[in-house]
Design a protein around this ligand. Structure first.
Ligand SMILES: Cc1cc2nc3c(=O)[nH]c(=O)nc-3n(C[C@H](O)[C@H](O)[C@H](O)COP(=O)(O)OP(=O)(O)OC[C@H]3O[C@@H](n4cnc5c(N)ncnc54)[C@H](O)[C@@H]3O)c2cc1C
Length: 500
């Protein structure tokens, strides 16, 4: 393969980006994957619960569709959701062939987990480390495929439309080099932005969404941020997730006095939609003036805990919590970005030759709230549609990469760190689980002020890439806060206490 033969550039190496590369290779279309860290180091590798897919004989696509729509308060795009859900069994088969060691029953059938909002057991999983197992299998398949090239440790800091048929991505590497890559077909697969909150389960920082917005991609539904109800409480901002599957197996939420409280909030109790459970926990934390409540898994059988949740047991034990005997202190944390770069039914954006897949996209599947384990499914399925769409017409390769030293790394490290830290707190405090008009307006003013401070420095000669990266993160935070203030209906994950 010659260097200039790559027909497609993929930004991001999570489940969505890597699946696109492999599906394109199956159609003999070569691609380059550009990624900020090592390829496997993504939010996708952190996924625990699994992939929602209709594989049980008693289950049906119709039921999965209805559960998806119900979780989103009927704001899901039904046509799109059906297209995605119907491909569930196909992608599970594909992953099994790639060697993903899905957990199975003694008779060899896939073991299916139960998660909130699902009417049937339909969560295909590999222990409680599904994402990690899938990512290992995808990376192994890519390593063997000469049609796919991965360039790691490069971070996109700028995106331009040179002309209708040519996009230019500018990236910085960790050695102080600037790379410029041009392409006709660009797939943005950069993940969501929940990692911009001060309490989060996710490493995602949203720069891909900010870059897309920069060149005029339509960005929608940013206000719908899903807060996972149960992250292991701790002092760090990145919190370890306690999978919903544990509540699926009978773990109970208790307040500081030990009272089970979900019965007061929803008939489905612990398995109510995530927005309901998160708000209930947040309300309890506020009433009891405590930064956490408890998850009690002591009544889940030891065998079940050991077989299904070995990583959760291990992580809790590291913090001195024996889950079999003790309650786990938990807090909600920003977890998933339901909105993002708007795409059509083939995951195409409004700009010719640009696609968006996975968590950075808004395909309409999740609407105002995502049903548990539908996101890995979406990332896997989107690749099928994108590859097939790109294959419809001859794939032009305008791929070109140029690199030159760029010695302005990390010039404003402390300045940028302080701004991002402040912004994360504004998002958690004012654009969080329960929002108010005044709070959101305050966050908007403060973030605008931060952006101005960055712009003043960017105006200087030779500004440094840390400023560019910080600006993108602040920009997406601002768009999120503005979308939240503009949303005048309480729906799904968005809750403004000033709206009745
Ligand atoms: C702790 C946790 C548990 C979860 N559990 C589940 C689950 O059980 N089931 C489920 O369905 N979903 C789960 N999710 C959600 C799911 O993991 C994500 O939605 C999904 O993995 C996103 O995949 P992605 O490919 O879109 O993005 P990611 O996996 O986030 O990958 C994004 C990629 O883009 C790269 N990137 C980002 N910005 C740039 C840039 N500027 N330049 C270059 N590269 C860039 C990143 O380095 C990375 O390679 C979980 C999420 C978390 C955080």
């Amino acid at each position: 393969m010659t260097e200039n033969n790559y027909g497609v550039v993929i930004l991001g190496s999570g489940i969505a980006g890597l699946s696109c590369a492999l599906r394109l290779a199956e159609l003999n279309i070569p691609s380059v994957v550009l990624t900020k860290r090592e390829a496997i180091n993504t939010a996708s590798s952190w996924a625990q619960g699994g992939v929602a897919a209709v594989v049980a004989s008693e289950d049906s696509f119709e039921s999965h569709l209805e559960d998806t729509c119900r979780a989103s308060s009927q704001s899901t795009n039904r046509k799109m959701a059906r297209k995605i859900i119907e491909k569930g069994p196909v992608v599970i088969d594909w992953l099994s062939h790639l060697g993903v060691p899905f957990t199975r029953e003694k008779n060899g059938k896939l073991a299916l987990g139960q998660e909130g909002g699902h009417s049937y057991r339909r969560i295909v999983h590999a222990e409680d480390a599904t994402g990690s197992h899938i990512m290992k299998a995808l990376c192994a398949a890519i390593e063997k495929d000469s049609r796919i090239k991965i360039i790691s440790n490069v971070e996109a800091v700028n995106l331009q439309l040179v002309h209708e048929n040519l996009k230019l991505v500018e990236l910085d590497d960790i050695h102080g080099n600037r790379h410029q890559i041009q392409t006709s077909n660009l797939i943005i697969a950069t993940g969501g932005f929940s990692g911009l909150y001060s309490r989060t389960t996710s490493p995602a920082r949203g720069t891909g969404i900010a870059l897309a917005e920069l060149i005029g991609c339509k960005i929608t539904n940013l206000e719908f941020v899903q807060f996972h109800p149960t992250a292991l409480f701790g002092e760090n901002t990145n919190l370890y997730l306690i999978s919903e599957a544990l509540r699926g197996e009978g773990a109970i939420l208790r307040d500081l006095k030990g009272n089970a409280f979900m019965k007061d909030f929803h008939p489905d109790r612990e398995l109510a939609p995530r927005d309901v459970v998160s708000r209930a926990i947040f309300q309890k934390m506020t009433e009891q003036k405590n930064p956490y409540v408890y998850l009690d898994a002591t009544q889940v059988s030891a065998e079940q805990l050991e077989n299904h949740f070995p990583n959760i047991l291990r992580e809790c034990l590291k913090r001195g919590i024996n889950v079999k005997q003790k309650f786990i202190p938990i807090t909600p944390a920003a977890h998933y970005t339901c909105g993002g770069i708007e795409v059509d039914e083939n995951f195409k954006t409004n700009i010719e030759g640009i696609y968006a897949v996975g968590e950075c996209s808004n395909s309409g599947l999740h609407g105002a709230n995502r049903l548990a384990s539908n996101s890995l499914l979406e990332g896997l399925v989107s690749a099928l549609y994108v590859a097939s769409d790109i294959n419809q017409s001859p794939v032009e390769s305008n791929y070109q990469m140029t690199s030159h030293p760029h010695l302005t790394q990390q010039k404003h490290k402390q300045f940028c760190y302080q701004l991002i830290k402040g912004c994360k707190q504004f998002l958690w405090d004012y654009v969080g689980i329960i929002r108010t008009d005044e709070g959101m307006q305050f966050a908007i003013n403060e973030i605008q002020n931060y952006i101005q401070r960055v712009d003043d420095k960017i105006g200087m000669k030779d500004p440094g890439n840390d400023l560019l990266r910080t600006r993108l993160r602040l920009k997406v935070s601002l768009s999120l806060a503005q979308s939240a203030l503009n949303q005048r209906v309480n729906l799904g994950t968005h809750y403004n206490s000033d709206i009745h």
